[in-house]
Design a protein. Structure first.
Length: 486
């Protein structure tokens, strides 16, 4: 059976319900895709997913795939990095409202042991700026950058850790859409080590940055934040404490989403002992980050499961969503999990939804959404069998009817293929099977008669690339992907 099978699922939480479409695999790589995923949307249907990974004997690179139709179809992954020595880590991405995507990552090409680099795509992911641009302090070790932009995309702010200044947070900014950069502004207080910054756009010329903080006397706060009201030219100091109730946190898990002056923050507590489990937490500011709730809200107390990474997103005036990867105990399988709050973050779903019940592995995940129709976007990487995946979700007022037939799936083999592709349709399932390329063009059409007999598509006359095989049976659908090589 092909490793690129995609199972139909419909997962419910409460009434209203949070559900996810079948997941779609974005990459055609044969090797394991090892890297962390991140995602950004233009507030509508244009989405960019980024990750770091390699294919066969090629060096590790940063990659991006873009969808122009809210995740229905995805472009062939494009290489962001331009150096075989880049060894990118923790690729992050943001988007403006015109669909220009901006990416940053930790880079190892030298001469510094590591630095922060930048690229952008102005043609919705078809090409990326090369040569890449170093945007951190020359000669300094600057790691784990994050990036945010204003709606027009001309104002960019990147925040990163400067190891040469006791691990203090610094920023660089661009006022011309990433063409030139002003480098090396201190963001954090000079009070002790700071880790894994997150940055978000507040509105106007204002940005907010937050990070895990190890300063002495932090009290109930292991997260601090700062605000820039001049587009990253200067930052508020002293920094502002964010209460974490004194619990240590997983530094890589901090995520921020801003809806005007409302700032939503999530993170995962550190897995330290058998009595303190890794759990997702939520904080909120209603004044642009100047003050925060006295204590965070636990999003999912759960069992003894190990949780990591995650994200937060909200529809203006609507539900708030928080995501994370959840492992069974301390091992596998693991799930791309999403919870919903309908009351501003006071209470959360009693049973969070799972976006990947068919694949069952999620090492890192990211969250975004569509402000026009309220769709929720999730992506994750599977570090066990490989692959980067995406699923689109949404909220509806009542439980949808169960699909007919339930829990069936379409599969394809072999993949990669160069000739005949066998399309396996579940027995008693009738419907239309279509083969579609990454540009959305219809390549072939078949009728599934319900006999369970395999359908055969001859791929020898089609260009090399990634193709989606989709079965539509009434209101139910299932899809798989096949890689064609010649």
């Amino acid at each position: 059976m092909s490793s690129l099978l995609l199972a139909f699922t419909l997962t419910l939480t409460s009434d209203p319900t949070l559900w996810f479409d079948p997941p779609v695999r974005l990459d055609p790589f044969l090797d394991l895709t090892i890297g962390n995923t991140d995602m950004a949307s233009d507030g509508g249907s244009r989405i960019c997913v980024v990750w770091d990974g390699w294919e066969l004997a090629q060096p590790e690179m940063a990659w991006a795939s873009v969808s122009l139709d809210a995740g229905g179809f995805w472009g062939i992954p494009q290489q962001i990095t331009d150096s075989e020595g880049a060894g990118p880590a923790k690729v992050r991405v943001c988007a403006d409202t015109s669909g220009v995507f901006h990416a940053v990552w930790e880079d190892y090409r030298g001469p510094e042991p590591y630095a922060s680099y930048y690229s952008r795509s102005v043609d919705v992911g078809a090409t990326w700026l090369q040569p890449n641009v170093r945007i951190s302090i020359e000669g300094a070790r600057c790691t784990l950058p994050d990036i945010a932009c204003n709606e027009e995309g001309n104002l960019l702010v990147c925040v990163y850790r400067n190891w040469e200044d006791n691990g203090r947070m610094y920023s660089s900014r661009s006022t011309d859409g990433g063409l030139t950069w002003e480098i090396g502004t201190d963001v954090g207080d000079d009070t002790g080590p700071q880790f894994y910054a997150e940055v978000a756009y507040l509105g106007g010329s204002s940005f907010i940055a937050a990070w895990s903080d190890g300063r002495p006397g932090g009290g109930e706060s292991t997260i601090f934040c700062s605000i820039s009201s001049d587009g990253g030219e200067s930052w508020l100091q002293p920094n502002i404490p964010v209460s974490t109730a004194g619990y240590p946190i997983q530094s890589t898990s901090i995520r921020i989403y801003c809806d005007s002056a409302d700032v939503y923050m999530t993170w995962i507590s550190e897995f330290t002992t058998n009595s303190i489990y890794a759990r997702p937490y939520y904080q909120k500011s209603v004044d642009g980050g100047l003050s925060w709730l006295p204590e965070p809200v636990c999003v999912d107390s759960g069992d003894i499961n190990w949780r990591r990474y995650g994200g937060v997103w909200s529809l203006p005036g609507g539900p708030i969503f928080a995501s994370w990867c959840e492992h069974t105990g301390e091992g596998w399988p693991s799930w791309a999990t999403c919870s919903m709050s309908l009351d501003g973050g006071v209470t959360w779903s009693a049973a969070p939804s799972v976006a990947n019940p068919g694949t069952g592995e999620a090492n890192t995940c990211a969250l975004s959404g569509n402000q026009q129709d309220g769709s929720v976007y999730m992506c994750w990487n599977n570090q066990i069998t490989g692959g980067v995946f995406f699923a689109r979700g949404g909220v509806q007022e009542s439980s949808p009817e169960a699909p007919d037939p339930p829990w069936s799936r379409i599969t394809v083999a072999p993949s990669p293929a160069s000739g005949q592709v066998r399309i396996e349709v579940p027995e008693e399932v009738q419907g239309l099977v279509q083969v579609i390329d990454t540009a959305g063009r219809l390549i072939a059409t078949f009728e599934a008669a319900g006999s369970g007999s395999d359908l055969i598509w001859d791929s020898s006359g089609s260009p090399a690339g990634v193709y989606t095989v989709r079965l539509q049976s009434g209101a139910w659908s299932s899809s798989a992907r096949v890689v064609v090589l010649h």
